[in-house]
Design a protein around this ligand. Structure first.
Ligand SMILES: Nc1ncnc2c1ncn2[C@@H]1O[C@H](COP(=O)(O)OP(=O)(O)O[C@H]2O[C@H](CO)[C@@H](O)[C@H](O)[C@H]2O)[C@@H](O)[C@H]1O
Length: 475
């Protein structure tokens, strides 16, 4: 089966959050079973990293979206990648969605409308004369209009949209409709309209043949008012029709502390001296005081979702009880600022590195005793899985994928509400386990023995691909 996997981040080239890790790992895990090709916008960073790009075809201008060409390239290990070449839209500094100061680009409707419509043409075989897709797999709002463009063309190619985070919807003023060449009739409650805005995500939620999200728990949560972000009615309908499935993410094989070259020292379960060497390294790197207490790590995009404020509100209590805190990530400026201030107040006990670097994150999971994940909601979450592999027990809010991947009291700790009291209850239990060395040893071994392999998830996606394509072949 030929599958076009449409995404705007991929660890190989460009990363903003968890989507990049999934986009690098899932197509590779599916490769054994299908002819999977990834499609990415030709951002400056991507074009610079690819050594060879073959132009395979063009897409005409559409409304205010410029003409563009599509290039074919490959990752170092040979995974085919299509890049949408349109320097006017993508050859810019900054991250995939905004400028260097973090401001969204004002023409993101055109940037991602162009991306989605070009993906639809590629899937239909109108761009690369040697390839068309049997199925498109779009990810998040940036790619969500692909099923809509297919539908507007009257095309029957089946499509799957994966929601990695419902909180990001791609909302634009009504005028966007004209700019991206969408039919006027689609500005409707059963189409792209969302409270008088154009919602890119809704394009996928309405038009995709099937929807998935990244855990079964989140698949249920988004059908409720509390976490449905105003889209719960539509999601509930699709869920009742058996068209919304939760498939848990995996993590790739590089998350093995016995072989990870980026650690201060590699170690396996039971080699607690090896783990201690990583803790020593972390204390030194962050300039923390020497201590025999536990280290709590927070590795996350620094946004409201992740509950960083809960960590800050608990910081003094954690330190008074003998703990230290290390944080890395980047995100909203006021959260970054609050963390830096906390560090300046207690440089001996709170270490902060603003920015994101994969090696740094790995050394923190290896060197910490506990990983904090007080997320208000968490579709799947990856840090808690990385942490377990590296013997850092996660303390997570019982929501979304955290509820499914942390075994409470066995491989980590779950707390029930995203409130300071409930969070502190989880932290308290962690301190108790830290003092009971046998228990800590058992929990660490349990956590490190888990594999979180992509194989199971890939088999679920593969089965879903086949089920989604089958009716269109029969028709
Ligand atoms: N700037 C940055 N700052 C800090 N860490 C960064 C980072 N850029 C990349 N990362 C990495 O991304 C990981 C975080 O990924 P998560 O899945 O936990 O959350 P994210 O909200 O980004 O992803 C969304 O998509 C993923 C994938 O489906 C879901 O797991 C998740 O629940 C959902 O919110 C970190 O462990 C780190 O390795």
């Amino acid at each position: 089966m030929r599958v076009l996997f449409i995404t705007t981040e991929m660890d190989d080239f460009v990363r903003v959050g968890g989507l990049a890790a999934v986009s690098a790992a899932l197509p590779r895990a599916l490769r054994r079973r299908s002819d999977v090709r990834v499609m990415l916008p030709g951002y400056r960073d991507i074009v610079e990293q690819l050594t060879h790009i073959d132009i395979v075809g063009q897409c005409d201008a559409l409304a205010e979206m410029p003409a563009c060409s599509v290039g074919r390239a490959a990752t170092k290990d040979g995974l085919p990648v299509y890049v949408l070449l349109c320097p006017q839209l993508y050859d810019r500094p900054g991250n995939p969605y905004g400028d260097e100061s973090g401001q969204d680009w004002p023409d993101n409707d055109i940037r991602f409308g162009r991306f989605a419509s070009a993906a639809a043409e590629l899937a239909l075989g109108k761009v690369d004369k040697n390839w068309a897709a049997d199925l498109v797999h779009a990810n998040d709002w940036q790619a969500a209009l692909t099923p809509a463009y297919l539908a507007w063309k009257g095309a029957k190619v089946p499509s799957i949209l994966t929601i990695h985070n419902l909180a990001y919807q791609g909302l634009f003023p009504p005028d966007s409709l004209r700019r991206i060449g969408a039919p006027e009739s689609s500005f409707h409650i059963d189409g792209l309209e969302f409270y008088d805005h154009v919602s890119f995500l809704k394009g996928g939620l309405v038009y995709a043949s099937h929807l998935t999200t990244v855990s079964a728990t989140y698949a249920k949560e988004i059908t409720t008012r509390e976490l449905g972000c105003g889209l719960e009615g539509l999601l509930k309908r699709r869920s009742d029709a058996d068209q919304l499935t939760g498939i848990l993410n995996g993590i790739d094989e590089s998350w093995d502390p016995r072989a990870c070259a980026q650690l201060a020292q590699t170690f396996g379960a039971g080699d607690w001296a090896g783990k201690q060497a990583n803790a020593d390294y972390v204390r030194k790197q962050f300039g923390l005081a020497l201590s025999r207490g536990p280290i709590f790590a927070l590795v996350a995009r620094l946004v409201h979702q992740k509950g960083v404020d809960l960590v800050l509100s608990a910081a003094d209590k954690i330190i008074d009880a003998g703990g230290q805190i290390v944080v890395t990530g980047s995100g909203e400026p006021h959260i970054e600022k609050a963390l830096v201030e906390a560090h300046l107040r207690r440089p001996d006990a709170i270490g902060v590195v603003i920015g994101f670097n994969d090696g740094q994150a790995r050394r923190m999971f290896a060197g910490s005793d506990f990983t904090l994940m007080p997320s208000r909601f968490e579709p799947c979450g990856l840090s808690q899985m990385y942490a377990q592999r590296f013997g850092s027990l996660p303390i997570g809010h019982q929501t979304g994928g955290l509820a499914e991947t942390i075994k409470d009291g066995e491989t980590g700790f779950l707390f029930s509400k995203p409130s300071p009291e409930s969070f502190l209850g989880g932290v308290q239990r962690a301190f108790e386990a830290f003092r009971a060395k046998d228990r800590l040893d058992t929990m660490r071994r349990n956590a490190m023995a888990r594999s979180f392999s992509w194989d199971l998830s890939a088999a679920c996606y593969n089965a879903l691909y086949r089920k989604t394509v089958a009716p269109s072949i029969a028709a």
